[in-house]
Design a protein around this ligand. Structure first.
Ligand code: SF4
Ligand code: SF4
Ligand code: SF4
Length: 346
């Protein structure tokens, strides 16, 4: 807990903390280019059209591809402006979730073209770990998760997961000043969930359980998670579901240590603790500020950056300058986000 920070009055992102919009054209351009580089091979080589427009009108996939490139540029431009980070990130993350679940709903209503393969899977992140263990195959999602984490660290859990956006929406229903911190050992709840989920998959596979039994258990797990969001995340103003219930969140922050991106606090910090209010991931306690680094649960969301008048909160990537590290992060995460927007569906 961080009692000292609770009395601080600073709750509004500080305009003074805005950083210069360096590389303001190059970033969006790079993000759009990267998005096209990721999507063109899919458009050319996938046996079944991956882009939705192509499924309705042959050739229209190219227009969608260009639109997604433009979208990536727009997102990158917004995320490169410190004062817009939090608003933009929450908006585009929510939009992604809406598009994802909208397509799932259409698929369930019988519009099969809105589904990835026509075979339904549970939209519960924990199944990324449990599904392949139970089936003994189908490692696409775990591999995608790991590749993404190697590129942008744990930002999967702040920009790219369709369920996390719902938890974020619930957490932000509480104003920042009313957040209630979680104790550090809450990490262990996610470790327990990981053991439970993967262990159950092993046992079910060993028992030769029917797929519907595993699916029903997975669905029940997902519904309990929704309850955690509605009750705990909304009340505490923190992403309690992601921080205590979802095992994939633990995997992303641990595997994220393999990626070079980090959030650090520079020596210019004057320990005002204003930034501790910004973090919905329980990663900026007073002790974290004193240690000059974010806690383990940091997902590189960037929400805290605008709270610092001294620009002391900085992204780091190997030997790059903080501005270049943030620039690179924004390019990568915007391109991945736009690509996911185009192709992620059940
Ligand atoms: S913790 Fe789980 S639900 Fe939350 S954003 Fe990460 S993968 Fe998604
Ligand atoms: S990084 Fe330091 S100076 Fe900046 S808001 Fe946080 S505590 Fe204050
Ligand atoms: S420390 Fe900053 S970047 Fe990390 S999760 Fe918290 S608000 Fe986001």
């Amino acid at each position: 807990m961080a009692p000292a920070a609770r009395s601080l009055p600073i709750l509004t992102p500080t305009p003074e903390g805005a950083q210069p919009r360096s590389r303001h054209l190059l970033g969006p351009l790079a993000s759009a280019t990267l998005t096209l580089l990721l999507l063109v091979p899919l458009q050319l080589m996938s046996p079944r059209p991956m882009l939705l427009a192509e499924r309705f009108l042959p050739g229209a996939g190219w227009l969608e591809l260009l639109a997604l490139g433009g979208y990536a540029a727009w997102v990158a431009n917004r995320l490169s402006q410190v004062r817009l980070i939090s608003r933009t990130r929450r908006f585009v993350w929510g939009l992604f979730s809406l598009v994802f679940f909208g397509q799932l709903a259409a698929g369930l209503l019988g519009f099969e073209r809105f589904l990835m393969s026509g075979a339904l899977h549970l939209p519960v992140p924990a199944m990324i770990a449990a599904g392949p263990v139970f089936r003994g195959g189908g490692w696409f999602m775990p591999i995608l998760l790991m590749v993404t984490v190697l590129l942008v660290g744990p930002a999967w859990c702040s920009h790219l997961c369709y369920i996390g956006a719902l938890d974020s929406a619930m957490a932000h229903r509480q104003p920042g000043k009313h957040q209630q911190r979680l104790p550090r050992h809450s990490h262990w709840l996610r470790a327990l969930a990981l053991v439970l989920v993967v262990g159950s998959a092993v046992v079910l596979r060993g028992l030769g359980a029917e797929t519907w039994v595993a699916a029903a258990l997975g669905l029940a797990f997902g519904l309990v998670g929704v309850g955690v969001m509605l009750y705990a995340s909304r009340r505490r103003g923190l992403m309690v579901h992601c921080l205590t219930f979802c095992p994939i969140g633990l995997l992303t922050v641990l595997a994220g240590k393999l990626a070079p991106f980090r959030l650090r606090i520079a020596s210019s910090c004057d320990d005002c603790n204003a930034c501790t209010y910004a973090c919905r991931y329980n990663a900026l306690h007073v002790e974290d500020v004193q240690r000059r680094r974010a806690g383990l649960s940091c997902t590189l969301c960037g929400d805290c950056l605008s709270y610092c008048r001294h620009r002391s909160l900085q992204y780091r990537f190997l030997g790059l300058s903080p501005d270049t590290a943030r620039w690179l992060f924004v390019v990568l995460v915007s391109a991945l986000h736009a690509t996911f927007m185009g192709v992620a569906r059940i």
